[in-house]
Design a protein around this ligand. Structure first.
Ligand code: NAP
Length: 250
């Protein structure tokens, strides 16, 4: 039986095993999807060695950047974003090669475009600076949407702190994307610390979190008239894109 999987940390309530198990039944494929909890990214090598039927795996929090040093090959989007969420295990006789891809980029772009619904947004705020922020930034560049990152440690270029967000910054950035885990299950009461009172009905708030389906970030946005979107559509799109990669010959 072919094995696929997910590596990450704290994976108790992850969506992927149920999604892929349903897919395997739908497609009548004999395959399994297993969760691998890691403390350290180096453990990935023994997982690949010990599971000879492992053909591919997803990568999630907190390893999307750390996985790069374990890859033998990477898709150009991975080199550009410095982040991978999908790995194909290529076995050739005794040799094993790991090739990394970033399907968060596809998932985010394909779900963002209908949300923008033709609006000419030119400026965005990206909350967080981790693996998914890099995928979001890649898509925003492609769509010509300039953006600032908001970070708890704003020491990089184009990055500002949460306390620096004032009325002017919020109102001049009509698209705000949460790429932090603040508000994600089980921390349902958490939220990114932005001044929600400056939001308007002209704002679009996109939360990459999919559990819970409506976060406090989204609820606060709605309270001030903003349109909101959760990460659920992106999640399905990125998982479908991973499956296509594992099934492709390249
Ligand atoms: P990550 O690499 O760990 O990055 C998260 C970033 O958020 C960190 O770099 C950090 O940036 C900031 N952060 C972390 N904890 C925070 C806190 N308590 N409060 C405020 N900021 C915090 O994680 P990731 O892989 O990018 O994933 C982030 C979130 O996106 C998760 O909730 C994940 O489930 C979701 N996600 C969803 C999809 C989807 O398909 N819907 C895809 C990918 C990710 P600073 O240190 O700069 O503040």
């Amino acid at each position: 039986m072919v094995l696929y999987g997910l590596i990450g940390n704290n994976l108790g309530h992850t969506f992927s095993p149920a999604f892929f198990s349903e897919k395997f039944i739908e497609l009548n494929i004999k395959a399994a999807y297993q969760v691998f909890e890691l403390d350290n990214i180096d453990e990935v090598l023994s997982i690949v060695r010990e599971n000879e039927n492992l053909a591919g795996f997803n990568v999630t929090i907190p390893f999307k950047k750390a996985i790069l040093k374990m890859l033998n090959e990477m898709d150009p989007v991975v080199s550009e974003t410095g982040s991978a969420n999908t790995v194909k295990v290529i076995r050739d006789k005794q040799k094993v090669r790991l090739k990394g891809y970033n399907t968060d980029v596809v998932g985010f772009e394909q779900s963002l475009l209908p949300f923008l619904s033709g609006r000419h947004i030119r400026k965005a705020l990206v909350l967080g600076t981790g693996g998914s922020a890099a995928a979001v930034s890649f898509v925003l560049h492609k769509l010509n949407i300039s953006h600032l990152f908001v970070s708890r440690n704003p020491d990089k270029k184009d990055t500002v702190s949460y306390p620096s967000l004032d009325r002017e910054i919020i109102q001049s950035h009509p698209l705000i994307i949460n790429t932090t885990p603040a508000g994600m299950f089980p921390d349902k009461k958490g939220y990114p610390d932005i001044p929600y009172q400056y939001l308007t009905s002209g704002h679009l708030l996109y939360d990459l979190i999919y559990n819970p389906p409506e976060t406090i970030f989204m609820k606060q946005g709605k309270k001030y008239g903003a349109e909101t979107k959760s990460g659920e559509e992106m999640l399905r799109l990125q998982a479908d894109a991973s499956w296509e990669i594992w099934c492709s010959g390249g």
